[in-house]
Design a protein around this ligand. Sequence first.
Ligand SMILES: O=C[C@H](O)[C@H](O)[C@H](O)COP(=O)(O)O
Length: 224
Amino acid sequence: MNQDQLKKATAEAALQYILPHLEKDMVIGIGTGSTARFFIDALAEYKDDFDGCVSSSEASTEQLKSHGIPVYDLNTVSELRFYIDGADETNEHLHLIKGGGAALTREKIIAAVAQEFICIADESKAVGVLGEFPLPVEVIPMARSYVGRELVKLGGDPAYREGVVTDNGNMILDVWNMKIMNPVELEQKINSIVGVVTNGLFANRPADVLLLGTKDGVKTLTAK
Ligand SMILES: O=C[C@H](O)[C@H](O)[C@H](O)COP(=O)(O)O
């Protein structure tokens, strides 16, 4: 199986995971990226079995609406049973790096609200130590240079993601060469830099379940 087939298999496994729990008034949190796209396509067949979704990006919103799935403002939703989303990296504690698609802030907000965060990823995303994938940091535009200098002090090598404006109107710095030994602490440290909106570490709110697409099938993993 190639990488896309593994992503599709994990998306279908996530659908099977949530299907027994669907209720007519249920709202589901939806992530962003190529794996989430496979999930949205699979979910569409069951659109009459739940109420609608909240979405972490304009791109996912558009795709959901194209299937006729209602998309709600998170402020109008008091409970989210599930959040389903991909990741750029995961370790065995289900700490994640996310934001390769620049949607990290909205993703982190929805993950915070959700009762259960189901991460869907192919096996290339599983690593021993996070940080080979450059860590995305969403930054208020006027703070870009200052935040960059502060990230250098933390040992990173930030690069401005040219031409990218987030759905919130901000910029992304991708931080290279970080061997992230303590993701919980680093997430907090970076978020305390003035001008940072948030960073792509999901360690203080890790995934609850990881559906990992491997050549031997989709594995269901919980944090070690
Ligand atoms: O901002 C994007 C998200 O965090 C994605 O979930 C992440 O980049 C993984 O994307 P993909 O499923 O395309 O590998």
